[in-house]
Design a protein around this ligand. Structure first.
Ligand SMILES: [Zn+2]
Length: 127
């Protein structure tokens, strides 16, 4: 999960593609991924801890924060990961109702967990 977020944030779409399950990779191309991610700046990820774990499938709830058209958005999803070829791969996910544009105070602690104020940290990436 975290490595896929990093790949999105640094635009390494080959990694993003290769960490989809085989079934999902069939409907995707690098070009699709680039186009859908174009103009989106991912900057913070918060993973919700959970207790249930199995050996070959895992559920991850996370909120990722991004900028698009100079606005702040959040993506809140519960994702299903599966192990294929000894690697955790993203299969599918369910979006929560609170996805979309959000407001966040500039003096609050930054969403990325840096302990700096938002205005002194990731808010500066919006310029
Ligand atoms: Zn930050």
């Amino acid at each position: 999960m975290r490595s896929r977020f990093s790949a999105y944030a640094t635009k390494q779409y080959d990694y993003v593609l290769n960490t989809y399950t085989r079934e999902k990779q069939e409907g995707l191309t690098l070009e699709n991924l680039k186009q859908s991610a174009d103009g989106t700046l991912w900057f913070a990820l918060q993973v919700t801890p959970h207790s249930a774990q199995e050996t070959t499938s895992d559920i991850v709830e996370f909120t990722a924060f991004y900028y698009e058209n100079k606005s702040l958005f959040q993506l809140h999803e519960t994702s299903n990961f599966l192990i294929e070829d000894n690697q955790w791969r993203y299969h599918d996910g369910t979006l929560h109702d609170d996805c979309g544009k959000i407001k966040y105070g500039r003096n609050l602690p930054c969403l990325c967990g840096s302990n700096k104020k938002f205005k002194q940290c990731c808010a500066t990436k919006l310029r």
